[in-house]
Write a protein that binds this ligand. Structure first.
Ligand SMILES: Nc1ncnc2c1ncn2[C@@H]1O[C@H](COP(=O)(O)OP(=O)(O)OP(=O)(O)O)[C@@H](O)[C@H]1O
Length: 286
């Protein structure tokens, strides 16, 4: 009997190890009577760093929230081949900083320890091992010297790294990050993007929403282009075609890197539309 049970366990293990780190099947999201995302299906593998792009209102945040089970949706979400409900602790979330209100007093270490609560339950106190994991997560994002500081006293970029540490303290296999490089300066963007690459190199799967189009080719393994449905999914060089960009953003744009800025320019031969200059910090000048 024990042999049969252990064979079944081995079969389950090999089935789940072959499964993608994350699989979304025919996902539909509606708010009230309005569909905001329809029929989205894709797979993400271990060690992949995936950018989610699309215009305002495309459904990027909604996709992340649906994967986390925070909003109702239909379809299937599988984590390592199992239903999200069984593996939810293996999926961590880093919210958009602007969506978080950190006015209540909490130290950086306390915020990072919150990443352990899923494992602890609300009534159990953190143990030595939980503090060790929280401190290790702070070191990973190079914020160990700030452990005793109040989270409210940190800059946006520092807070972003603390939220990343909180997610890491959860020991996730899949990390979902909502605009982690928005609202921070260029050097901090680079620090965060390199951190994300280190995490994916260590075997994690990362899905990252971004409006910073200039980072796409250098930093992401794959892009998921959304505009109320999945327009395209694949390596940046394959995905960033004129047709896909037009279908995603509603007009044809060419990304031209220059030393100081990226020029988003209309690609129609007879179009008189003005250029949009996107600065390296992501802000736009028309
Ligand atoms: N709680 C909600 N109730 C009703 N509609 C919502 C809700 N949250 C989002 N929406 C709508 O769903 C659509 C998709 O929003 P979502 O925030 O997912 O887009 P997004 O691509 O993340 O946009 P942005 O780039 O502006 O952050 C939008 O039209 C938005 O108005």
């Amino acid at each position: 009997m024990a042999a049969v049970a252990s064979q079944a366990h081995i079969r389950l293990q090999s089935a789940t190890s072959l499964a993608p780190a994350l699989e979304v099947r025919q996902l539909n999201i509606r708010y009230d009577q309005r569909t905001v995302l329809s029929d989205v299906s894709f797979q993400a593998q271990s060690s992949q760093l995936i950018g989610i792009i699309g215009p305002n209102g495309a459904g990027k945040t909604s996709l992340i929230k649906a994967i986390l089970g925070l909003i109702p949706s239909t379809g299937q979400i599988l984590v390592a081949g199992q239903a999200l409900a069984k593996r939810s602790r293996k999926v961590a979330y880093v919210p958009q900083i602007s969506a978080v209100n950190w006015r209540f007093p909490a130290s950086v270490r306390d915020v990072v320890l919150m990443g352990r609560y899923g494992q602890l339950g609300w009534l159990r106190r953190p143990k030595k091992a939980d503090y060790a994991l929280a401190d290790a997560a702070l070191e990973q994002v190079n914020m160990q010297d700030f452990a005793e500081r109040s989270i409210a006293d940190l800059s946006g970029g520092q807070q972003q790294r603390v939220f990343l540490a909180r997610a890491l303290a959860q020991e996730p296999d899949v990390l979902l990050l909502d605009e982690p490089i928005s609202g921070v300066d260029v050097p901090t963007q680079e620090v965060i993007l390199h951190l994300l690459r280190d995490l994916s190199s260590a075997g994690r799967t990362l899905l990252v929403t971004t409006h910073h189009l200039q980072h796409l080719e250098h930093h992401f393994d794959a892009l998921l282009c959304l505009n109320q449905c999945l327009i395209a999914y694949g390596p940046p060089t394959a995905v960033m075609t004129r047709e896909v960009v037009e279908a995603t953003f509603g007009r044809s744009l060419v990304l031209v890197p220059s030393a100081e800025r990226i020029i988003l320019d209309c690609n129609h031969g007879n179009c008189t539309e003005k250029q949009t200059l996107i600065n390296r910090d992501g802000s736009a000048n028309n």
